[in-house]
Ligand binder design. Structure first.
Ligand code: GUN
Ligand code: FE
Length: 444
């Protein structure tokens, strides 16, 4: 039996809620116990150590003491691992950015060794930024998916990934067909979905790069494998939305193209969703699909201002995501800071507890995985991180002037980068410690 006891401040959202600011659980001096990689206890340290055997463990050095705040590992609901090397590519909006930078980069992932090296780099960087679960686009090459899942499995991480389906409007080397895409995806689902902690996402890149036949085959896969995820892009850019009208004149709006093919359902994750009609919001809600808000990407590509109020008013599942490599940071704290600014530009204020919720329990719940990750409830997999609120001199000085947890959380988020992540644990094992190269298994 592998039991580990952690003592420190703890913060998480134990339940799905519309009011995270009133529904967080915080222990200033708390205890988190993990047993065989699963959380077995969360509570107050005084109560826990009032029991003699626990006190003896503390005296014998059997307890890991944390100066920082422990929170659940964060969940990035939309990112592209092959694009980490092309972050910060200059000067273009979505459709030109895809042609000029993205497609040439993604061609390299036909090479399995290259894909494996980049998957390793990406996943280690996720840990360094406090993210322990992500829903990730690979490329059109099945080997890029094998590479990603093999690396994820070697670290024991809970990850979602899928082969990009794309049979038109892209270079020849990145093109599959409706049938090859279907059969390759099916084989990958059979190999990887629910294999260890891996889970599969059926991944049409976005409607313009898939023929009607390919979308139909994607829908067939989604029906045959109802507990897989679906990930794609929706209404990110006005030029893209205009192109959809030309390509699919028979459909009244962008979402209907996906809907007509059975791709709008629970576990369907739509990236961006900026320029939506009332009908599209209603349909996303009615079908139990969810939206990934990608703040730094939306700013970087000049895509538009995400309307969080409409999404909340329709009660649609929502999370905050990096969308690397259009996103400019893998840090979900930095992305929360950008989300705050996007809301400010629309005279809406996002609460710091709410934005953290959208990267943890809220994200998990929007994806239907809150029984696995996203909180610190007993029974949940023991993926958690330690945050250092004194990570930089400016942050440290600001903290000393904060008078509440909300204020501290907001200032830390606004000023943050990967330095705030002190340690990252997966299945109760340390996989990252700031300033070191830890990626093995150790207890502290
Ligand atoms: N739409 C279609 N493909 C992509 C992509 O790779 N990144 C982003 N941000 N939007 C897309
Ligand atoms: Fe994306």
């Amino acid at each position: 039996m592998d039991i580990k006891i952690h003592r420190g401040s703890l913060l998480h959202f134990p339940r799905t809620t519309n009011n995270p600011a009133a529904n967080y659980q915080y222990f200033n001096d708390g205890v988190l116990v993990t047993k065989n990689g699963v959380i077995s206890h969360i509570g107050d340290a005084k109560d826990f150590f009032s029991i003699t055997v626990n006190q003896q463990l503390l005296n014998n050095g059997g307890v890991v003491l944390h100066k920082g705040l422990l929170i659940p590992g964060m969940i990035d609901s939309h990112a592209h691992f092959p694009q980490i090397e092309m972050m910060a590519s200059y000067g273009k909006q979505l459709l030109d950015w895809l042609n000029q930078y993205t497609f040439p980069t993604e061609k390299k992932f036909a090479n399995k060794d290259y894909a494996t090296a980049q998957a390793e780099f990406f996943i280690r960087q996720l840990f360094a930024h406090g993210t322990t679960t992500a829903s990730v686009f690979a490329t059109v090459h099945p080997e890029s998916v094998n590479a990603f899942f093999e690396v994820a499995q070697s670290h024991g991480a809970r990850m979602i990934c899928g082969k990009v389906l794309m049979d038109r409007f892209c270079p020849e080397e990145l093109r599959d067909t409706a049938l090859s895409g279907y059969f390759q995806s099916k084989e990958l689902i059979e190999r990887w979905h629910n294999n260890g902690r891996n889970m599969y996402a059926i991944t049409p890149r976005f409607a313009p790069t898939s023929s009607e036949h390919q979308l139909e085959m994607a829908g067939k896969l989604a029906k045959e494998h109802p507990d897989t995820f679906i990930q794609t892009h929706l209404s990110e850019n006005v030029g893209e939305v205009a192109w959809i009208k030309e390509l699919f004149p028979e459909h009244q709006d962008y979402l209907e193209v996906y809907e007509a093919n059975g791709l709008v359902r629970e576990r369907a994750l739509f990236g961006h969703a900026i320029h939506l009609s009332k009908r599209e919001y209603q349909s996303l809600a009615a079908n139990g699909a969810s939206i990934s808000f990608c703040p730094s990407s939306n700013l970087f590509l000049g895509s538009g201002l995400f309307d969080i109020d409409s999404v909340k008013a329709h009660n649609i599942g929502l999370s905050i995501a990096s969308d690397v490599g259009a996103g400019t940071s893998l840090s979900l704290f930095s992305n929360q800071a950008d989300a705050y600014k996007i809301c400010q530009l629309q005279s809406t204020t996002i609460d710091p507890f709410e934005s953290l919720y959208l990267c943890t329990q809220g994200a998990a719940s929007s994806m239907g995985i809150e029984h696995l990750v996203g909180n610190l409830n007993p029974g949940t997999e023991a993926d958690f991180i330690e945050l250092d609120f004194m990570a930089s001199p400016i942050m440290a000085q600001r903290m000393l002037r904060c008078t509440s947890l909300a204020e501290q959380l907001f200032a830390m988020t606004t000023l943050s980068d990967d330095r705030v992540v002190e340690r990252t644990y997966l299945n109760g094992n340390l996989v990252y410690k700031k300033g070191t190269n830890v990626c093995g298994h150790s207890s502290t």
